[in-house]
Design a protein. Structure first.
Length: 296
């Protein structure tokens, strides 16, 4: 059986209790007999002063894997990010207990036909199409899938979210390469919410983040909301640091999520009564699921 803990979008140092949130995730991990732990991106600014963040997760004594998120690229170039995480390539795979773990890097854009990696929010260019999986990485993924190993795909951006600029732009092309039973399921972060769906027999899960729902656009939609809640800087913080525990065997995938609460201001307070944003649920939870493993 494969067992791991996954979390995403810690955004360390963006809120005052970043260290406490790390400790909450570690406490959840210590309860389990884990093979590894995964961050799905936007862990922290990848600079030397934040090496302490990696040190805390590595203190578990098990592998700690990372997908690159868009906020890692806000101030740092790719070589700096790779050096921080001690990885050779921005996308990579590892094998654990006979399963292949595939970590995509979706932090690329296309500008006038040229593929570029994110850096200093260059995706804000009016002509940019983003996020994408670039051609070279797509060819690499096809090769990675060309064996008999069952695999799990991890990415920062979603392979199914159709909300504009949220999901991976060439997601349909990528999904054509994925075969149910071969790809057990796909996990992503980024969307600051909770979502689960199946396409062509493959489960896709957006993991709710470890920190807050970002709703700056909703707050900015009305003058009275701006005046009342500008101090939030768009962040509606959760009380709990969210993470999910996942167990996989030959028959099923069991995802044990968690329920939480908003710290103070809720979506109701800012008139977002349906608790939906950017195509996902922003209820303070990670949903739990039991998935039957498809047979090839």
């Amino acid at each position: 059986m494969l067992r791991f803990l996954v979390f995403t979008d810690l955004h360390y140092a963006e809120v005052a209790d970043g260290d406490n949130r790390i400790e909450e995730i570690l406490a959840n991990a210590r309860k389990r007999d884990l093979d590894f732990i995964v961050s799905l991106g936007d862990l922290c600014n990848p600079v030397d002063e934040n090496l302490k963040v990696l040190k805390q997760f590595k203190s578990l004594g098990i592998p700690f894997y990372n997908a690159i998120g868009n906020h890692e690229t806000d101030k740092c170039k790719l070589d700096e990010i790779l050096n921080f995480y001690s990885i050779d390539k921005p996308y990579y795979s590892v094998v654990c207990k006979g399963y292949k773990l595939i970590f995509l890097n979706s932090c690329y854009l296309q500008n006038d036909g040229k593929e570029e990696i994110f850096y200093k929010r260059n995706f804000k260019n009016e002509h940019a199409v983003y996020p994408i999986i670039p051609t070279e990485e797509l060819h690499w993924l096809q090769e990675e899938l060309n064996d008999d190993m069952k695999c799990i795909i991890f990415s920062h951006h979603s392979l199914v979210n159709d909300f504009p600029t949220r999901g991976i732009y060439n997601r349909e092309e990528i999904r054509k390469n994925l075969v149910a039973g071969k790809v057990l399921f796909c996990l992503n972060g980024h969307d600051h919410g909770d979502d689960f769906s199946c396409k062509d027999g493959i489960p896709y899960m957006t993991v709710n983040l470890a920190n807050y729902a970002w709703l700056g656009g909703q707050i900015a939609s009305k003058k009275e909301l701006q005046e009342k809640y500008s101090y939030l800087q768009g962040m509606l913080q959760y009380k709990q640091a969210m993470s999910a525990y996942i167990e996989i065997d030959s028959n099923e995938i069991k995802i044990s999520g968690m329920d939480g609460e908003y710290l103070s201001v809720t979506p109701d307070d800012i008139e977002l009564h349906d608790y939906r944003w950017n195509g996902v649920s922003i209820r303070p939870q990670i949903s739990s699921h039991v998935i039957k493993v498809e047979k090839l």
